[in-house]
Design a protein around this ligand. Sequence first.
Ligand code: NAD
Ligand code: UGA
Length: 470
Amino acid sequence: MFKVKRICCIGAGYVGGPTMAVIAKNCPDIKIEVVDINQSRIDAWNHSNVSYLPVFEPGLGSIIENVRKVNLSFSTNVKESIRKADMIFISVNTPIKKTGIGAGETSDLRWVESCARQINEIAIGHTIVVEKSTLPVKTAQTIKDILFSSNFNDKSRSFSVLSNPEFLAEGTAIKDLEEPDRVLIGGEDKDAMYALREIYLKWVPEEKIIFTNLWSSELSKLSANAFLAQRISSINSISAICEATGANINEVANAIGKDSRIGTKFLKAGPGFGGSCFKKDILNLVYLAKYYGLYEVADFWRNVVEINNWQQKRIYQEIVRRMFGNLAEKKIAILGFAFKENTNDTRESPAISICNNLINEGAVLSIHDEKVLEDTIKNDLSENDFETRNSKGEFKNRWSFERDVYRAIENSEALIILTEWQTYKELDWHKISLKVKSPFWIFDTRSILTCEEVKKYGLNIWQLGNGDNN
Ligand code: NAD
Ligand code: UGA
């Protein structure tokens, strides 16, 4: 059997970095190099202090400390790394296309294609190319077409293409990688499939490693994300019915989750799903369905995204309505900007659209997050990062960043919980009640607070999915 000795992973992002760290930890006999074209990202991966790693993930720092410079390295030397590797993971970004055919729906594959072209140009001997990125079904064919295009007569070079999608969730990436529900390997070349399986067998039980054909593997990844996102849109749609009828979303979720066919996970209502993948992957499915003329299927999945957009819009409208239909010059504290807890990632975070809408209403935001950096927020709100004159003719920004949560809240007229960070569950409401304007509103979009607790201090609260809101 083909034995893998050197791995190159192209793409040092949220997937490439943690995934290779866990492989390195479990396979000390394999040399792994993670390469990227982004020099500052590589510098951050190489930073001696692991609290400066580009990705915040619980447990990642200690693994990196143990394996970096032993059998895991990070560099920008893409070509050299491709040449030396016998297995190459493609773990680059696959965002939605912005222009041209399929714009707004299908993935922009320019980064994947450029990897395939580089591999074709540089690789020597036998190379197993593994799709780790999430890709539209049939992308493996594109990769094969590129790799095999110039190798008809060259017997010294050969390639096998596998699909090995990643199912980790941010914030729990290390646990998900160490104890995966399953590892999916799609392919045609059994030798290559067994070689990849051999790597995972170092720490994953055999029965959890599934073999499929290439297209089932690619489609399973899109489908898994679509099913998960669909559950969130389902529970969010019910949250609105709860508010209208007097039911409570946490009680409903608990009751339906007890049905073992439904299960308890992914039933937490909130401001809508964010993250770089759910929306993108459902839209890919929508595009695929339309491509094959399956318009009803496309409509079904598109509605999951529509409900998600609507949830964010209705939260912002609820805030405006409760604050007398007027947010002009009102200071509002935003608690949480990351798309979920335990990550510094803000891609597609519901906070972006909600904050943009509040700024457009004239609000002045004071934003706090446990891990997100000010520059990231600046980037995300850049369209609204204009300066306007206040009544004294001075320039005034529409938002600021606060490291201290209590300072963010001080002198504000409302606070909105958008990310479920633990800190927000433990706030001192007595202390807060002494330093805010009155009437004061709390908008708990993650329904993590106990309403009675905050009402004791004369604070108003609106909680997502709570039929007792009045
Ligand atoms: P990311 O944007 O964090 O990282 C991708 C990296 O690839 C970037 O640093 C970029 O500079 C680099 N890159 C792009 N083209 C390159 C090239 N030609 N050579 C070298 N480097 C190159 O993306 P991510 O979040 O790690 O996601 C990567 C893929 O994994 C996507 O397809 C995504 O859908 C999928 N995925 C992501 C997650 C997640 O939790 N983020 C989970 C499962 C799957
Ligand atoms: C998700 C999947 O869970 C991973 O399996 C997958 O690998 C990954 O996408 C990917 O392909 O990128 P991730 O986006 O990191 O992982 O995080 P999730 O925990 O799935 O949360 C996604 C969004 O849904 C967050 O905004 C979260 O707040 C929201 N969510 C999640 C809810 O609103 N309610 C829930 O019950 C669960």
